[in-house]
Design a protein around this ligand. Structure first.
Ligand code: ATP
Length: 422
């Protein structure tokens, strides 16, 4: 079954407000087993609304709109649905009583214009709105070529919309689905260390249209997320259906996979340190303090992450004010600097590991080579340094260098099991 979500309001089409109702509704529709094929956002304009509703119920089996049910002149949803159905509005006495009672309970007189909220397109029914004055509207629209669309118009206020979804819309959709009721489950696998196309080529045939379970790939600031989706008649059947695909991904990608669900690299690093009873301190330049922020906020970080220092580019460049000994010949971006930074911070905090990341050059021409930065890791058994070339968008640099540093430590901890304690 195909669904369409319509969001109504000038504040949405003008960009003033973000349309989070469509996001929320599409997630719920997906969980109920429906595929949302269209999102339509429409301004407070009667003709545009009439067209949006007619188009939606011509191509979708379930149409859900939000917004435009208030009492003011720019609230056009009920008039638009009536016009799109070539009918008129009629008063629903029960809805009027509900609105009058709400006003009485708030010790306010009902303004005359609120009466319009008890008017419904002929042939439609009200959807109760226990905590708001605007009841929703539901109507079944017959299509010329056979079949029908179930239409649900809900208020824009997110809390009211959600409550009405739960109490009325979801049960009505479940009834409509009958035997064809499905559960949709997702599982996400998080990866770091390669680009999107390299990752895709390591998973031959997996990210392909028509494959079941479906596997989607998205990238966000150098973290890659694989999303496996199954659609079965129970949650258990969904889990069973996705397990072979999950196993296959782990086999193909090895330790490029760092976690699943809401895991981030810092959560995994803290977990590995805690398992090994090891401690960490960080020293970073050019990352805006991301390492310290992420590690400091990670779950149960206190015993593993003892602290960090953030150095400005100017302090690094000036040499003598850098909070560690600068190698005499090196520029402020070099493997020698990364080495000294990692050792200095390990010593200062007395930790098992000192993790450092250097600044990245502002141009590609530094030292004649492409843009690069260095990650240093001081361990109880010696210092490791890695150079990373970087040519991406400037906005991503901070995230990428902080994540490279975390990943360097993660792989070291996985590889070495545990270095001897300090
Ligand atoms: P009412 O007029 O009774 O408040 P309504 O159905 O007319 O309800 P709108 O006036 O369109 O709803 O929206 C009310 C408020 O709900 C908006 O000011 C906004 O804060 C929020 N809202 C509306 N639509 C959305 C949306 N698509 N996503 C997120 N928030 C929304």
């Amino acid at each position: 079954m195909i669904a369409e979500v319509i969001s109504i309001g000038d504040e949405l089409t003008s960009g003033e407000r973000l349309d989070t109702n469509s996001q929320w509704l599409s997630q719920r529709l997906g969980e109920a087993g429906l595929r949302t094929r269209f999102h339509t956002t429409v301004a407070d304009d009667l003709e545009a609304n009439i067209e949006a509703f007619r188009t939606a119920w011509g191509r979708a089996d379930v149409v859900i709109s939000t917004g435009g049910l208030g009492p003011t002149a720019d609230d056009l949803t009920r008039a638009a649905i009536a016009a799109a159905l070539d009918t008129n509005l009629v008063l629903d006495a029960d809805s009027l009583r509900h609105i009058e009672t709400l006003f009485r309970n708030r010790r306010r007189e009902m303004p005359p214009q609120n009466r319009v909220q008890a008017m419904f397109p002929r042939g439609s029914r009200p959807i109760p709105n226990p905590h708001g004055t605007a009841p929703g509207i539901t109507v079944t629209v017959r299509r010329g070529a056979g079949g029908s669309a179930a239409v649900f118009a809900l208020p824009g206020v997110p809390a009211e919309m959600r409550e009405m979804w739960q109490q009325t819309v979801l049960p009505a959709i479940a009834d409509r689905l009958g035997d064809q009721r499905f559960v949709v489950c997702h599982h996400t696998i998080k990866c770091f260390g390669v680009g999107e196309s390299d990752l895709e080529s390591m998973l031959p045939g997996l990210i392909q249209r028509g494959r079941y379970p479906t596997v989607g790939l998205t990238a966000s600031r150098a973290t890659l997320t694989l999303r496996i989706t199954t659609r079965e008649q129970s949650v258990e059947a969904c889990r069973r259906a996705m397990q072979p695909t999950i196993d296959m991904i782990h086999n193909c990608l090895g330790n490029l996979v760092f976690g699943d669900g809401l895991d981030e690299l810092q959560d995994v690093v803290i977990c590995l340190l805690r398992e090994r009873a090891r401690t960490l301190a960080t020293l970073e330049c050019g990352t805006g303090g991301l390492l310290a922020q992420w590690l400091g906020e990670a779950n149960a970080a206190e015993r593993a992450y003892l602290g960090g220092t953030v150095v400005s580019r100017n302090a690094m460049r000036s040499g003598p004010t850098a909070p560690f000994p600068m190698p005499r010949t090196a520029s402020w971006i070099s493997s020698g600097v990364a080495r000294n930074m990692a050792c200095a911070i390990r010593e200062r905090f007395g930790t098992d590991y000192g993790l450092a990341v250097t600044d990245f050059p502002e141009t590609d021409s530094l030292e004649g080579g492409p843009a690069a930065f260095f990650v240093g890791l001081a361990t109880p058994a010696g210092v490791l340094v890695k150079r990373h070339g970087y040519g991406g968008h400037p906005d991503l640099r901070k995230h990428r260098s902080a994540k490279q540093a975390l990943n360097f430590l993660r792989l070291h901890l996985l590889d070495r099991g545990s270095d001897p304690a300090t």
